[in-house]
Ligand binder design. Structure first.
Ligand code: ADP
Length: 481
């Protein structure tokens, strides 16, 4: 049997078990009731037979002498609340009846079942509703043969009304219980079908779809019932799976893009270097001026390659640290790291007659890597010097809540807003040619973003009021104490 079929069957095991138990107990109860009824019949029969024998011995001599009045009186004497005696002739006419003073008025009793049985010589207990009194009675009749005379039927009847009612009630309770049990089992089966079996089946079908790679297969979630939670969990898990797959696909795209970008970035300077080197090799008599030009070109391109490799290594190491959650950080003074980055750019700034200023309060401290923070601020400063054409660049910092906001503000050409959403992507440049000619690798801002993320912070771009660009690093401050 397939595991699925086996599972299906198991789901119905409980209702089947309950049905089995119900049938078992119903059978047991029925058997008990029948045994009880049988017991009562037995009791009744032996007591009636005893009384009949006694009566027979008393009545026979009286009837032989036709002393009917006395026979009637005996009938009356023997009568108790629950006992009725009737003396019937062979032709069915009633001679005496303990419940009536006018037995002649009673109808002919010849066809009464018990009378018939007595006449046939096979007396038997007969329980039925009395036609004369309307209550449940158990009758027993025997032949009374008067020696040399007539044949009479002596009938004894006891009221079994209470027992009959009791049994009737017991039977009603029994059938009621059976009906209730059957209804409960039916309801349970319906519940299992509606709330468990069908939703689980549908869920199984969806999961088969997902397992076969159709991740967009919808997961049916029932409105209620315990399957709802399972379906919701499966839905969430599938959603996570979809997201992970999407992320993996994006990563794959990203990786391909990155490799093609890197190859391109490497190929251009490398080709220049090879061409220049070959030219030098093939033409040793090159005029000094051309020789210098080619050597300079080789130098510039080699530096460009070096910067590219450095930046790629920096990015990869940052990613590594982020993935491994490695944050061996120290308390760092923002002012100190900003000062350090500023000093590194001082020479370049002087060459461009650009004024650098620092407005960072000393108290701002964050937990971080001073070298990386200085690199991030340095990248922003270098970019401002390289691209903005601003006459002054300021590094400011302030505190908002438990975050430090460090800004690199220039008043230069600015970056058009349409570039903002992609400006922190690897190899994204506003102007490729300008970036390349200025020695940019297209990785500077991507490195800044990664450094910010490693410090659990972010970086954002803004417009400087009055023109220019402001890059803002938002980093969590070191908790005091
Ligand atoms: P690159 O290596 O090209 O400098 P970045 O990622 O550092 O790469 O910068 C991406 C692009 O953003 C640069 O090519 C440049 O066009 C632009 N950019 C960055 N900073 C500024 C700035 N302060 N002013 C104007 N343009 C800028």
């Amino acid at each position: 049997m397939s595991p699925r079929k086996e599972g299906d069957i198991r789901l119905f095991a409980l209702p089947a078990l309950l049905l089995g138990l119900l049938l078992f107990f119903a059978g047991l109860l029925y058997w008990q009731m029948a045994a009880f009824q049988q017991g009562i019949r037995h009791e009744t029969l032996s007591s009636i037979q005893e009384e009949s024998e006694l009566l027979r011995s008393l009545m026979t001599p009286l009837l032989a002498e036709h002393r009917l009045q006395e026979a009637r009186r005996i009938c009356d004497t023997f009568t108790r609340d629950s006992l009725r005696l009737t003396l019937i002739r062979e032709d069915g006419t009633v001679v005496a009846d303990s419940t009536r003073h006018d037995p002649e008025a009673l109808d002919n009793h010849l066809l009464r079942q018990e009378v018939q049985r007595a006449l046939q010589g096979t007396p038997e207990l007969v329980t039925r509703k009395s036609e004369s009194t309307g209550i449940w009675m158990t009758y027993y009749a025997t032949r009374l043969q008067v020696p040399g005379g007539e044949t009479y039927i002596l009938r004894t009847a006891v009221s079994t009304d209470r027992t009959a009612r009791l049994l009737h009630l017991a039977r009603r309770i029994f059938w009621g219980t059976v009906a209730l049990g059957a209804a409960a089992v039916t309801l349970l089966t319906l519940y299992v079908l509606r709330r468990l079996y069908h939703p689980l089946r549908k869920l199984q079908e969806s999961m088969d779809g997902i397992a076969s790679g159709r991740l967009d297969t919808p997961i049916p979630v029932p409105d209620k019932g315990i399957v709802r939670r399972i379906a919701r969990n499966v839905q969430e898990m599938t959603e996570q799976l979809r997201t992970q797959l999407r992320e993996m696909q994006q990563m794959e795209e990203f990786r391909k893009d990155f490799i093609s970008n890197v190859s391109h970035e490497i190929k251009t300077p490398l080709t220049s270097i090879i061409v220049a080197a070959e030219t030098l090799q093939e033409s040793p008599e090159l005029p000094r001026e051309n020789f210098d030009r080619l050597v300079n070109l080789m130098c510039t391109q080699a530096h460009r390659l070096n910067r590219l490799v450095q930046d790629i290594l920096a990015l990869s190491s940052l990613e590594h640290r982020q993935k491994e959650q490695r944050r061996d950080f120290l308390p760092v003074s923002l002012r100190e790291v900003a000062q350090e980055a500023l000093e590194e750019c001082r020479e370049e700034a002087n060459r461009q007659a650009c004024r650098l200023s620092l407005e960072v309060p000393e108290r701002l401290q964050i937990l971080g890597d001073p070298q990386l923070l200085s690199q991030a601020i340095g990248n922003l400063l270098h970019n401002a010097l390289k691209y903005s054409g601003s006459q002054s660049i300021t590094i400011t910092a302030s505190q908002t809540g438990n975050m430090a906001r460090l800004a690199c503000i220039d008043h230069g050409c600015g970056i058009p807003r349409e570039h903002w959403p992609r400006i922190f992507e690897r190899f994204y440049r506003v102007s490729k040619e300008r970036s390349r000619s200025l020695g940019g690798t297209g990785l500077g801002l991507a490195i800044v973003k990664h450094i910010a993320q490693l410090h659990q912070g972010t970086v954002e771009i803004d417009e400087t009021p009055g023109g220019g660009t402001t890059f803002r690093l938002i980093l969590p401050l070191a908790q005091k104490g």
